[in-house]
Ligand binder design. Sequence first.
Ligand SMILES: [Mg+2]
Length: 253
Amino acid sequence: MTSSGGWTSSSDNGNLSTELSALAKSPRLLLMLDFDGTISPIVPTPEEAEIDKEIENILTDLEKLPSTEIWIVSGRSLEDLKNKVHFKNLIGSHGIECPFSAEEKIDCDDISKLKNDIECLLKNYRGIQIEQKVYSVSIHYRNADAGDEESIRDIVKKNSGNFAITEGKKVIELRAKGKNKGDACQMLIDHAGCEASIYVGDDITDEDAFRALKEKSVTIKIGSGETDATYRLKCIDDLRLILKKLLEERSLL
Ligand SMILES: [Mg+2]
């Protein structure tokens, strides 16, 4: 496989270049992108995460083109996400906070109790950050001692109660059971009526979207690890080049 436009292709990436050109030419185009690790580099704590400025500029230019929608689909709460990006189209809490679905009735007291319980159980471990979101609790252990990682994961999983467990990159998320990114993106596509769409993500919760959108979207995973996405890019730098190509080609229409 050859390189195209500067981004590294592999045999996995078969027709990505051709698919991008087709997307660029479609009458209506929907771009769905995860935030952390996809359009913002992974950093030690969630608060430090910032959108990649060049990607932000490219997406902003794309959004100005006719019939082109940008949606950010994140595990962060909508409130949190609004402070991270200026785009108006947002889906938060892994799809639970989605403008096309009635929000699940979730008892916030349960989330607070879960957070307090986990905090108490992990109080003797260093470098843990526990983040309470609207519908979930995230336990970050990126800064914990490497030898403690397994016990931390065990404790969290054994005490997850009725919450869905999702493991990401040095984070375990306990999430109120309900909608996921796949359900939300499916609703979004139905609502937008776009015949062409692309979904890009880097982590376990994006796999729900990759699976749900397999037949109808161009799906791209950033980074290593097993995936149901059709294509894979090594890093955010490659995504930047892909989006630039999409912008250049769509601007010519
Ligand atoms: Mg991510």
